[in-house]
Design a binder for this molecule. Structure first.
Ligand SMILES: *Cc1c(COP(=O)(O)O)cnc(C)c1O
Length: 360
């Protein structure tokens, strides 16, 4: 058996520790004689799994006690509607920064429920940078202020959070959660689809300040109401039981790696290996420059579409898969989430050097 290096933007690689432990426990979890997949979510064994997962996430991310942790379904995309349905409840308006397709989808969906104000956009340059924010444009009466912290498709990230004062900051961390420490107390709410850095698809994690929930719009469906899920410990209905269990294993691995401080060092090292090469190469170049560069998603191009296609296809044959860029950007993208080992980045760069020499 040989495993490839998977540079997919998501679903993404998982740590070997996680896959092996899940395999070991597949037929018989902890002497129960059953797989976690087969277990009743109301059983005491499963109750212990979901509680431990939450406790470990709180520990790893230092989540303050006045925040609820919810394990939901529907992906980050369902949050685009859940957020306004639950939080746009005082003045029926919100502020948005448009830094890419996901940020724009959040904005468009919220616009169905209230007045949405665009503070800034980087659309003019294919979202290749994080725009400067003019604080005088922030609406002090907005019910929330939304950002997409790491822009998966374009490879940019906020390195500084907007100072929104009393307006709760709501952030999509789908592609950067657990990649470095964040100060949860600076946010009203954080959300993330699990399939980039937390586990398999099917689980969506919401971390929300408890005073913000409980005033959903009347039209809010029961299943989309944060309060319902909070009151029921994420068990109003059947939660994505297996994905939550895998998140628990991922968190065990993050702790073994030394927690989020160590994860940050690990990720900075990996990103530097690739960016340093891109900055010195005559064939390849990064599409994002400067401080806005993402640690997780690294888009790059040769400037020649045929050569890009040749590179993607040869890379695949060499065991580096899913390097094709998003259709809206073209070129290539190397997503190097937590589980991508350093040697995966080193070997990719060695392969790129060979390709460059052979295709001068
Ligand atoms: C992948 C991604 C999404 C979409 O997630 P789904 O779980 O597929 O809905 C949203 N936002 C960001 C930043 C993403 O990377």
């Amino acid at each position: 058996m040989s495993r490839v290096y998977n540079f997919s933007a998501g679903p993404a690689m998982l740590p070997e520790y996680v896959l092996k432990k899940a395999a070991d426990e597949m037929l018989d979890y902890n002497g129960t004689g059953e797989s976690v997949m087969e277990m009743s979510h109301r059983s005491k064994e499963y109750d212990a799994i979901i509680k431990e997962t939450e406790a470990m996430l709180r520990e790893v991310m230092s989540i303050p006690d006045n925040y609820k942790v919810l394990f939901l379904q529907g992906g980050a995309s369902t949050q685009f509607a859940m957020i306004p349905l639950n939080l746009m409840n005082k003045n029926n308006k919100a502020d948005f920064v448009i830094t890419g397709q996901w940020a724009n989808k959040a904005y468009q969906e919220a616009s169905r429920y209230g007045k949405c104000n665009v503070i800034a956009s980087s659309k003019d340059k294919t979202f290749s940078y994080i725009p400067e924010l003019d604080k005088s444009k922030f609406d002090p009466e907005a019910d929330y202020f939304h950002i997409c912290q790491n822009n998966t498709i374009y490879g940019t990230r906020f390195t500084e959070l907007p100072d929104t004062g009393n307006v709760p900051l709501v952030a999509d961390l789908s592609s950067c959660i657990l990649s470095e420490p964040v100060d949860v107390s600076k946010y009203g709410m954080i959300y993330a689809g699990a399939q980039k850095n937390m586990g398999p698809a099917g689980l969506t994690v919401v971390i929300v300040r408890e005073d913000l929930i409980g005033n959903a719009m009347d039209i809010c469906p029961t299943m989309l109401n944060y309060q319902i899920h909070a009151d029921n410990g994420s068990m109003y209905n059947t939660p994505p039981t297996y994905s939550i269990y895998i998140l628990k294993l991922v968190l065990e691995w993050v702790k073994q790696m030394g927690g989020l401080e160590a994860m940050k060092v690990h990720n900075e090292k990996k990103a530097a290996i690739i960016y340093d090469f891109l900055d010195s190469s005559e064939m390849f170049s990064a599409t994002v420059s400067g401080k806005d560069r993402s640690l997780m998603n690294i888009p790059f191009v040769t400037g020649n579409e045929e050569l890009d296609a040749k590179f993607v296809s040869e890379a695949k044959k060499a065991g580096f898969i899913n390097l094709k860029g998003h259709r809206s950007v073209g070129g290539m993208r190397a997503s190097v989430y937590n589980a991508m080992p350093i040697e995966g980045c080193e070997k990719l760069v060695a392969f790129m050097k060979e390709f460059e020499a052979a295709n001068k």
